[in-house]
Write a protein that binds this ligand. Structure first.
Ligand SMILES: [Zn+2]
Length: 252
């Protein structure tokens, strides 16, 4: 979804080159995903990257693919599950209709984690980003856990990721929606789900389509192969998501 929008987090994209060239120069990183998981020599440098990227995510308006999807489904009985962590869905869709099992960059958690709470990150991110010198923030701005004093972490999937209250609420909302609708006519729309975490969206969507009598699966992704097992219950489009969604809105 976001890649289709020109926000390519994986490659050496224009978005990366336009905004993060100083990180490429200092560390040799060549994309946002690589920069996110890069082992910076110091916390000050790591938070420079995290705060710059975090602030940009807050400031980036929703992309056209998201606007088109919103137009297409806003009046339906829908629910969104996404592994995207770039805040785009939250800019348009209400929180109660979204589940983000890989976390959400709006929030920080304790890095240990010593307690089950997340903290709204915007002010801390902006303050850090405003004070970056070269690729480093001042030590005193490193966000600290108010309980144990350890470093905070963005609330996104990592080996310390907090599957606490906020996470469980999201999963519960999603499961409730599935339970309430399993006997209705349901269309699963899989948009650009890659192969990194197929057990979150791809496999469950296939299984539910197979098992639910009135379910149908639509898969749209470049390079996507059809699913023979779901021959009569699915359509696979090896196509550009942005183009497909935009074309659909013109038929409304
Ligand atoms: Zn703590």
């Amino acid at each position: 979804m976001s890649t289709a929008n020109g926000h390519d987090f994986y490659g050496h994209s224009k978005y990366f080159i336009d905004n993060f060239s100083e990180f490429e120069k200092n560390y040799g990183v060549r994309g946002n995903f690589e920069s996110l998981y890069y082992k910076y020599p110091t916390s000050e440098e790591r938070w420079a990257y995290l705060s710059k990227h975090g602030t940009l995510m807050f400031d980036t308006p929703p992309g056209q693919t998201y606007l088109d999807l919103y137009k297409l489904i806003k009046d339906k009985n829908y629910f969104i599950i996404s592994t995207n962590q770039d805040m785009q869905f939250s800019k348009l869709f209400p929180d109660e209709k979204i589940c983000l099992p890989q976390g959400d960059a709006h929030w920080f958690q304790c890095g240990n984690p010593c307690h089950d709470e997340v903290y709204y990150a915007e002010e801390m991110l902006r303050n850090m980003a405003d004070n970056i010198v070269d690729t480093r923030i001042p030590t005193e701005l490193i966000p600290k856990c108010p309980v144990c004093g350890g470093e905070m972490e963005p609330w996104i999937r990592s080996y310390v990721f907090l599957e606490g209250g906020l996470w469980k609420d999201g999963i519960k909302r999603y499961q409730t929606f599935l339970n309430e609708n399993s006997h209705k006519k349901v269309v699963f729309i899989e948009l650009g789900v890659g192969r990194m975490t197929p057990n979150i969206i791809k496999y469950p969507f296939s299984q539910m389509t197979y098992n639910w009598q009135n379910a149908f699966l639509v898969r749209i992704n470049q390079g996507e192969a059809p699913t023979p097992m779901l021959k009569n219950k699915s359509i696979t489009m090896d196509a550009d998501i942005a183009q497909v969604l935009h074309d659909l809105t013109s038929h409304m």
